[in-house]
Design a protein around this ligand. Sequence first.
Ligand SMILES: [Zn+2]
Ligand SMILES: [Zn+2]
Length: 142
Amino acid sequence: MKNGKDLLHRVRQCVEASPLRMTRKRERLLETLVSVDRPIPAAELRDRAGLPAGDLVTVYRTLEAFEGIGILQRIPLEDSGHLFELTEPNDHHHHFVCRECHKTERLDLCLADNLSKQARKLGFTQVTHLMEVYGLCPDCRE
Ligand SMILES: [Zn+2]
Ligand SMILES: [Zn+2]
């Protein structure tokens, strides 16, 4: 994976500059997210980080905390649940998501500039947006 070390360094700095306390579990989850380098569900993250089954709530709280300081993005699935992806601080991506195997590909497209211009015109502030595209990947097509 390219730039994994740098990304880990930058997201760590972001955590240190925030009111979040860095615990061993959080550190482990952060490192796992960087090494996996793709959006994954919370339970898979817990398993890959080697945390016990009972830690799922801790994992969700940690993900929420990371999301709150802008280093993590939540990708809603079509049916229910989410995938979680570590991002550069305050960055985000859009994705193609396979509705069968939940494999994702990054979409090279973001309408943020256009949207914030329109939002400003309408007097909206604190604007965020979501756009994920769902379909079947080549492996699941048949
Ligand atoms: Zn698939
Ligand atoms: Zn966007």
